[in-house]
Design a protein around this ligand. Structure first.
Ligand code: ADP
Ligand code: MG
Ligand code: MG
Length: 908
């Protein structure tokens, strides 16, 4: 164990790590090393590996500190040498930051500690040496604040406050009658430090630690601990990040953005992360440190002139006012700006992707503190991929792999109806932080948002600003509104990542957490009142505003076209109505993989005829009722076939247990009794006799058609009849008749016989023919095992993975809610198997079924029509099985098309 390397240094241009080592060094550490290697100015530092974090959880704190100690001390000596400074040296102290950094960016992790190494003696010496005591004392109070918060775990008394220190600052500002942190004098800052230390002593019982090493070990351990905190775990669960990854710890020499007006710190993006526009942009603050920009305590300035001009225009400033109040970095510090501009270009070209960067300017000198591939909205993701393809930065395959299929969802979702927006009252305006439209009831805390959301209410979460503690509420809300913070605030970044609409930094809002109200311009919104957010303009509307479908742009169309070029699997849709079918077709579906006929029975008069059929006492009665249903079914199929003119349509024969259709209330039963001229009692007895203990495993699927062949006969007449009728009108229907719930060959053969005989009879009647095929759904485990026999008769298989999952796991899908959340929580299941196909178990049956089926029928067409058909990882699996198509709900069609292309590229 002693020869394991746990610490990797960077800073002298010879970093020990590089961008390829994300797993070991975390994203931040690997990229700091890489930047150092390619000549970007980064303060020197070192990274403790993610493996060490895992060791921490197996070996315990003392053992890990012991193992780490020699390497950490050596690395500190290395920093001391490069920086010409020493830990605790009164004249030239080495100060460092301690930063967490997992493989993937994780907003739930520990906040960074800055200015570590300060103590009472060092502050005095450093003040003399720099001649800038204000800066030094500002750094000291920040350090105590951050260390107290994240290492010592100092708790606020009111949970809506961030930490007890903020309260102390607010109180002092009030005493002194100043508004901003930057207005505090050296003496004020000294007073703050004294008050901070007193509250530390009071809450922890100990003095604030003076020793730099004690401070350092405290911080390193705190980073390891934060890997398992609630926020981090919640985020990991949401993003599917395994806890085995661990976090790295980065210790880095400090550079100071808070040394005065020629110093600054900020964040920037190489392209617009909201729209994807190829435009460098960012936000910064003069005389600021660390996350001041993100925290939203002061309103940040724009890095670029064009950004500042746009913002000025939005705020209604004249160009003169804008320059006076809202100057950009480009205008105020042109050299540092030019260097930043060049570096962001260099980084984007190096990484071949949009970069999200953090920088600090210390007395005019630029330092980069972080770079990573930037989070972006679905729209930006598509635009950036297609732009970079056009610019020749990446090739077609890379462009396709760049887009997260699930993120396309955002593009397909509604925006506000332009007509409806004309009449709205705009109560305030903030920043267009994450596009889209949201409408819902106002709530003022994350807990309320989560709670209201869980009971099915649509809510908009309103906060002064958000922090990682608010994740659960953000996930539950339709949209997020904050009064503070810029485009790179926590709320904005997280919302974009989630694909949620967000308006941030609406400065005119007065939010009162205690009263649960928000006020602007004399308008008061109380908890539960409706408001609407326009994430694309930043406007906040009163009331509920109608939304409409999104319009898809050229980039989207080009991406889809590209996807079809690489995909080998086709994408069909599950649709029961001509309207759904039309939507799916516009999204590029090349057929219907599943039409559920039962959904057609619930409209209007149809249900009565259906009930009559079910309640009938004998075959004659059933046939009579079925004759009434036939014209309805015929019309339904004509509608669907017509909307899918020229494309195949798989129609599933009646599947659900019959009791689902009969009336269970007395009023409905009486109605049927009157209609059928039978006593109420008889009807009630019939209904009673249909009830089953376990209907999902009862009299359903092909069991209906095999016990009542007249149902299959009627449905076949409707399907084939509709196709024949349309043929006369020049419309081509390609029906594929699908028998559900087959478990034995005989079940299939008997249904097939009825279908083919009925079709022949119709062909004779019409003296015409249409092309049709007969196949089956494979959804009972037994069917996968005897798939070779079934395929001797069936022309196609469609895997019904909902039922197959249900029966393979033995989970009733309607009752799973009582234990699934606990199973996910305890990691007994990694995913909901009804959402993400269980490749390990259920997947084996799918693979086996397809293989056995094709072993006897080389032409067997194989597809899938469960919910999984639109879930990217499941689509990839279907490709690996060699399926001909996947079928999914209409809005999932573009997602499946892209996932199919990605599967083809990855598995080539
Ligand atoms: P996060 O993971 O939340 O982004 P970071 O570790 O990137 O946290 O730290 C947040 C900010 O703290 C950085 O963007 C930077 O402004 C500041 N910071 C971190 N380390 C240093 C340092 N060595 N010198 C100056 N500022 C630093
Ligand atoms: Mg942070
Ligand atoms: Mg950062």
């Amino acid at each position: 164990m002693s020869n394991i390397k746990r610490v990797y240094t960077f800073g002298d241009g010879n970093a020990e790590g590089n961008a390829g080592m994300k797993n070991l060094l975390g994203g931040k550490g690997a990229n700091l090393a890489e930047m150092n290697l390619i000549g970007i100015p980064v303060p020197p530092g070192f990274t403790i590996t993610t493996d060490t974090c895992n060791e921490y959880y197996t070996l315990g704190k003392d053992k890990v500190v012991e193992l780490l100690k020699p390497e950490v001390e050596k690395a500190i000596a290395y920093l001391e040498e490069i920086m010409h400074a020493k830990f605790e040296d009164v004249e030239n102290p080495l100060l460092v930051s301690v930063r967490s950094g997992a493989r993937a960016s994780m907003p739930g992790m520990m906040d960074t500690i800055l200015n570590l190494g300060l103590n009472d003696a060092v502050v005095e010496g450093m003040s003399r040496k720099t001649g800038n005591p204000r800066f030094v004392w500002d750094s000291y109070r920040r350090f105590i604040q951050m260390y107290g918060d994240v290492v010592l775990g100092m708790k606020p008394e009111n949970k809506n406050d961030h930490d007890p220190f903020e309260l102390i600052i607010e109180a002092l500002k009030e005493e002194k009658g100043v508004e901003l942190d930057t207005d505090l004098t050296v003496d004020d800052l000294k007073e703050l430090v004294a008050r901070f230390k007193a509250v530390v002593k009071k809450q922890t019982g100990h003095d604030f630690p003076d020793s730099a090493y004690e401070q350092l070990w405290g911080s390193i351990v705190a980073v390891f601990n934060s890997w398992m905190n609630e926020r981090a775990e919640l985020y990991r669960r949401m993003e599917g990040i395994p806890s085995e990854w661990g976090t790295a710890v980065n210790v880095q020499a400090m550079v100071y953005g808070n040394m005065g007006d020629t110093s600054a710190s900020g964040v920037c993006f190489s392209r617009d992360s909201a729209t994807g526009e190829n435009l460098f942009m960012g936000e910064f603050l003069f005389n600021a440190q660390g996350e001041d920009v993100v925290a939203g305590t002061r309103t940040p300035l724009q890095v670029t002139k064009i950004g500042a001009e746009r913002a000025g225009e939005l705020a209604g400033m004249t160009p003169e006012e804008r320059i006076a109040n809202y100057p950009s970095l480009e205008e105020t510090m042109p050299e540092a700006y030019q260097e930043l501009f060049n570096l962001q270009r260099k980084l984007e070209i190096h990484y071949k992707d949009m970069q999200d960067m953090e920088f600090t300017i210390q007395e005019g000198k630029l330092w980069m503190l972080q770079t990573r591939n930037g989070k972006r909205t679905g729209a930006a993701m598509v635009k950036i991929a297609m732009d970079m393809l056009a610019e020749g930065m990446i090739d077609e395959k890379a462009a396709l792999l760049r887009v997260d299929p699930l993120k396309l969802d955002e593009l397909l979702h509604p925006v506000f109806d332009q007509e409806a927006v004309k009449d709205v009252t705009v109560m305030a305006k903030g920043l267009a932080a994450s596009p889209g439209a949201a409408t819902g009831k106002a709530v003022f805390s994350s807990d309320d948002a989560a709670e209201w959301g869980a009971r099915g209410e649509k809510v908009v979460m309103i906060r002064v600003e958000t922090s990682p503690e608010d994740l659960a509420g953000m996930a539950a809300a339709e949209g997020i509104l904050t009064a503070r913070g810029g485009m790179t605030s926590h709320a904005a970044v997280v919302a974009r990542g989630m694909g949620k609409c967000c308006v941030s930094g609406a400065g005119t809002l007065k939010i009162d957490y205690a009263a649960k109200t928000m006020e602007a311009d004399g308008i008061v919104i109380k908890e539960g009142d409706y408001i609407s957010l326009n994430g694309s303009t930043g406007e906040i509307y009163l009331g509920e505003v109608a939304t409409k479908e999104a319009e898809l742009d050229e980039d989207f169309a080009a991406l889809m076209k590209l996807a079809d070029k690489y995909a080998t699997m086709k994408v069909r849709t599950n649709a029961d109505t001509p309207a759904d079918a039309a939507v799916a077709r516009s999204f590029g579906a090349v057929g219907i993989g599943l039409t559920r006929t039962e959904h057609m029975f619930f409209e209007g008069e149809k249900i009565k005829a259906m009930r009559e059929m079910i309640l009938a006492e004998n075959t004659a009665g059933r046939k009579e009722a079925l004759n009434k249903i036939l014209p309805y079914q015929l019309a339904d199929f004509e509608g669907i076939f017509e909307s899918m003119d020229g494309l195949p349509v798989t129609v599933r024969l009646l599947d659900p247990p019959l009791h689902e259709f009969v009336p269970h209330d007395e009023k409905g039963q009486q109605e049927m009794a009157t209609m059928m001229g039978l006593p109420l009692k008889t009807i009630q007895q019939r209904v009673e006799s249909l009830s089953e203990f376990n209907p999902m495993l009862g009299h359903r699927g092909c069991r209906l058609g095999n016990t009542y062949p007249e149902i299959t006969e009627m449905q076949t007449k409707a399907i084939i009849g509709a196709a024949l009728n349309l043929k006369k009108k020049g419309i081509t229907a390609i029906p594929e008749i699908m028998v559900p719930l087959i478990g034995t060959v005989e079940e299939f053969k008997m249904q097939e016989e009825v279908i083919r005989a009925t079709a022949e009879q119709l062909f004779a009647e019409y003296n015409d023919k249409v092309e049709y095929s007969v196949g089956t759904m494979i959804e009972i485990p037994r069917a996968t095992l005897i798939a070779d026999q079934i395929a001797n008769h069936a022309e196609f298989f469609s895997f019904g993975t909902n039922d197959l999952t249900q029966m393979t796991f033995g989970y009733s899908r309607d009752d799973i809610a009582s234990f699934l959340p606990i199973y996910l929580d305890k990691n007994i299941l990694k995913n909901d198997p009804f959402e993400v196909l269980d490749q390990e178990g259920v997947g084996q049956l799918v693979r086996l079924g397809a293989e056995r089926g094709r072993s006897t029928n080389a032409n067997l067409k194989v597809g899938i029509c469960g919910e999984h058909g639109g879930e990217p990882s499941s689509v990839e699996f279907c490709h690996s099985v060699g399926m001909n198509y996947v079928s999914c709900s209409p809005f999932r069609v573009p997602i499946a098309r892209l996932a199919a292309a990605q599967a083809a590229i990855k598995q080539a």
